[in-house]
Ligand binder design. Structure first.
Ligand code: ADP
Length: 442
């Protein structure tokens, strides 16, 4: 089966979160099952730099509202990702000084609706034979950035009275929907009747996520529990009604770990390699971590770690509240994260208050994430909500016990330690109540 995966980021070329890990790992995993997978990506500088043997498939002539003058579609190979890729080379849209979605001050780009409409529109063009040598049987769009692909496919099917390739839309996080002003709908050149409750309209605004949820043939999300949770008002982010309507077409499929990247037996970023049979070598990783972070060199003190975006979603204020009691009980704590300025300041203060026991590294550092997870004893993920969560899976892989809240994919991947499960299926520690007391108790 020919599958076109449409996404905005892909590990290791461009990553802001778990989406990139999954986008990078899925094509080889599908290929191993016999699928013929290509990816379609926006031409951000790091993606274009990673594209080898590029040929031009043709110029793109998107509708007038998308004024990406001179946009070309390239096809080549991404050796770092081991996948063949189409890349939209539209410098006016994708060559920006800041990040992929927002400028250096974290303000979303004013033309984001156009930048990502072009991604969805190009996916639909490929589905209609833009590349004479290859066309997908299935278009697989990920998150709001790619969510217009199913809408453009539906528009083409209506205009041409033709069946189009199938489409599947995967929700990696329902909280990021791609909401825009209603006036911007006109720029997308979708049929006017698409701007309706049964379409992309959402409380008077334009909602990209809703386009994916409404027009795709099938919907998936990244864990069975999250698939259930988003059908309720608490976690449905206003889209639970639509998700309930489509419940029979919605599946929760757990994310997996790419073992070519996350495996302590082969991970070249580690001080020592280990596995379940050679756990004593994990202690070397721990000692190296304590040296690197200036933590007291004490093999017997458990290190609790966090690797995370610093946002409200992740429940990290519970960690801040629990820290003094954890440290008083002899634990060490280390965090790698970046994001919310208030959380960054609070964690910096916590490190200053407990030198030798608490260490905080602010910023984004892929290789340190590996050393931190390998060297720690426990990884904490106390999220308020969590579609799947990957760091607890990396913890399981590295013999670093996850301490998680029972929500979303965390509930599906970590089995709590109780007396009766200790020798059977326990894999970590799970708590329910969203409070520092709940976390500390676990
Ligand atoms: P989300 O996608 O909500 O951020 P996930 O747990 O699904 O959460 O995925 C997060 C991914 O980003 C993991 O691969 C994690 O290791 C990585 N990550 C998060 N913060 C950092 C950071 N500061 N430095 C390096 N990697 C990070």
């Amino acid at each position: 089966m020919r599958v076109l995966q449409v996404c905005a980021e892909i590990f290791p070329l461009l990553k802001t979160g778990g989406l990139a890990d999954v986008a990078g790992a899925l094509p080889p995993a599908l290929r191993a099952q016999g699928a013929d997978v290509r990816v379609l990506l926006p031409g951000f500088a790091s993606i274009l730099d990673g594209l080898a043997e590029a040929v031009e498939v043709g110029t793109l002539a998107p509708p007038a509202g998308m004024s990406a003058s001179g946009a070309r579609l390239l096809y080549g190979h991404l050796p770092a990702c081991n996948v063949d890729a189409y890349v939209i080379d539209a410098p006016a849209y994708y060559h920006r000084a800041g990040g992929p979605y927002a400028d250096a001050d974290h303000h979303p780009y004013a033309d984001n609706h156009l930048r990502f409409a072009l991604l969805g529109w190009t996916a639909a063009a490929l589905a209609q034979g833009h590349d004479p040598y290859w066309a997908p049987a299935v278009v697989h769009a990920h998150d709001w950035h790619a969510a217009l692909a199913p809408a453009y496919l539906r528009a083409a099917a209506e205009a041409r009275h033709q069946r189009m390739p199938g489409s599947i839309y995967t929700v990696h996080n329902l909280a990021y929907q791609g909401l825009f002003d209603a006036r911007q709908f006109g720029d997308l050149r979708l049929p006017a009747h698409f701007f309706a409750m049964h379409g992309v309209e959402f409380h008077g605004r334009l909602n990209f996520m809703k386009a994916g949820l409404y027009y795709a043939d099938r919907i998936s999300t990244v864990s069975p529990t999250y698939a259930r949770e988003i059908q309720g008002p608490e976690q449905g982010c206003g889209l639970d009604g639509l998700l309930r309507d489509r419940a029979h077409e919605l599946s929760g499929i757990l994310n997996g770990v790419d073992e070519s990247v996350w495996n302590p037996a082969t991970d070249t970023l580690l001080e020592s390699h280990y596995d379940a049979a050679r756990l004593e070598l994990k202690a070397e990783c721990k000692a190296a971590l304590q040296r690197e972070l200036g933590l007291e060199a004490a093999a017997g003190r458990p290190i609790f770690c966090v690797v995370s975006r610093l946002t409200e979603q992740k429940g990290l204020h519970l960690v801040l509240q629990a820290l003094p009691a954890l440290v008083a009980q002899g634990a060490q704590f280390a965090l790698l994260g970046s994001g919310d300025a208030g959380l960054e300041t609070s964690f910096r203060a916590a490190a200053a208050a407990s030198p030798g026991a608490v260490a905080v590294k602010l910023g984004y550092d892929e290789s340190f994430a590996h050393r931190l997870i390998a060297g720690s004893d426990v990884i904490m993920v106390p999220s308020r909500f969590e579609p799947c969560g990957l760091t607890q899976l990396y913890g399981l892989q590295y013999g670093t016990l996850p301490l998680v809240r029972r929500v979303g994919g965390l509930a599906d991947t970590v089995a709590d330690t109780r007396l009766e499960t200790l020798d059977t299926d326990a894999t970590g520690f799970v708590f329910d109540e969203f409070s520092a007391a709940g976390l500390l108790q676990a």
